[in-house]
Write a new protein. Structure first.
Length: 359
């Protein structure tokens, strides 16, 4: 059980009134996450990959499948499912088959602790931030498995590049969150939202976001998330011009679809984490954490809508960077991490710690 300014948060607050047995509650949670992951991947794929970026680049994007081409991604998914599942003769069959599922499982686990309302959360953990960062790093294992199991030199090179990149950028991502944790005084995600709702700048001026005080950390978090997703300009592990697609090069059919789904669903999860940590999550601006609005039944719908709006704004930044900046060389990629992002985080964490004591 966890206690927050919003009341007592159990493992499944929304189910508390129904009081289902443990096995039924667990099945419901798994079902909710199983629906959310492909749905969020579909939303980002259609909205940003196919439409918003097409408009920004003065092109139409897909137009034939469904109204305005909105069903194109569903058509692509159906096509992937129908394709033959090809496994190279020299591949390690077990490792090759399991790798996409490991990547997707790490994405599933991220959704477990993201709160969409005071009581709308699969599992409210006191160590929610720690859990999220730990689960996000599990995908490195899946990518290494895919690179090794494919028995392809390009896939193996990609796996090694990905491991070096993801392990390096885990550090600035963790440090970017440390400032928020210091300021909020908790690692519970609902607790961080409550701290933002009641936050006063310099102890005087109400300002219901950590974005102002942690703006450099917000930028570092977005850069680290971009690198974790292996999206441009941090896409050396999947560089088509060099590695023919990287660790995914030997995958076809539904296994390739798992990698695609994992990438976009993880992008949604990182945008949700950024929204919770820096933009107040599901809370409304200038509404205190003890407001009766947050405990009303109507907020079960309002909270997710507010969080979704913030997620889409952050996702726009992620995909805007993806389609704007050219790919870094490997040395440039590591230089950005070790010479700029990590020192910036260390300086700002120190500043936050001092400000926390003073104010």
């Amino acid at each position: 059980m966890s206690v927050s300014p919003f009341g007592v948060l159990g493992s499944a607050p929304v189910l508390a009134g129904l009081d289902p047995p443990y096995w039924a509650a667990t099945l419901i949670k798994v079902g909710v996450v199983a629906v959310l992951v492909p749905t969020t991947a579909l939303i980002l794929g259609i909205v940003f990959l196919f439409k918003v970026m097409s408009w920004m680049q003065s092109r139409l994007g897909p137009q034939e499948a469904g109204p305005k081409g909105l069903l194109q991604l569903l058509a692509d998914g159906a096509k992937f499912i129908q394709k033959q599942d090809i496994i190279p003769d020299a591949a390690d069959r077990f490792v090759f088959k399991v790798a996409p599922m490991v990547v997707l499982i790490s994405t599933f686990l991220l959704y477990v602790i993201i709160p969409a309302g005071p009581s709308v959360v699969v599992e409210s953990l006191d160590t929610g931030v720690f859990f999220a960062l730990a689960m996000s790093s599990v995908s490195v294992i899946g990518i290494l498995m895919a690179g090794w199991g494919s028995a392809n030199k390009f896939a193996l090179m990609s796996g090694i590049r990905a491991a070096g990149q993801l392990i390096a950028y885990e550090l600035p991502m963790v440090l970017a969150v440390v400032g928020v944790v210091i300021q909020a005084g908790t690692m519970n995600l609902n607790g961080i939202i409550a701290a933002q709702a009641d936050f006063k700048l310099f102890g005087v001026v109400p300002f219901p976001l950590f974005l102002l005080t942690q703006f450099p950390m917000f930028l570092v978090f977005l850069a680290a998330a971009q690198a974790e997703l292996t999206q441009p300009p941090f896409d050396m592990p999947v560089a088509e011009s060099e590695l023919v697609g990287g660790y995914q090069v030997e995958y076809s059919g539904f296994r390739f679809l798992f990698f695609f789904m994992g990438e976009f669903a993880t992008a949604f999860a990182f945008a949700a984490l950024a929204s919770v940590l820096f933009l107040g999550g599901w809370s409304l601006p200038f509404v205190a954490s003890n407001s009766d609005l947050y405990t009303s039944t109507a907020f079960w719908l309002i909270g997710p809508a507010v969080l979704f709006t913030k997620i889409m704004l952050v996702s726009f930044l992620i995909f805007w960077f993806r389609f704007t900046y050219p790919r870094f060389r490997e040395d440039q990629l590591q230089k950005v991490c070790w010479k700029y992002l990590i020192p910036t985080c260390l300086v700002w964490v120190s500043f936050t710690a001092i400000a926390k004591v003073v104010w």
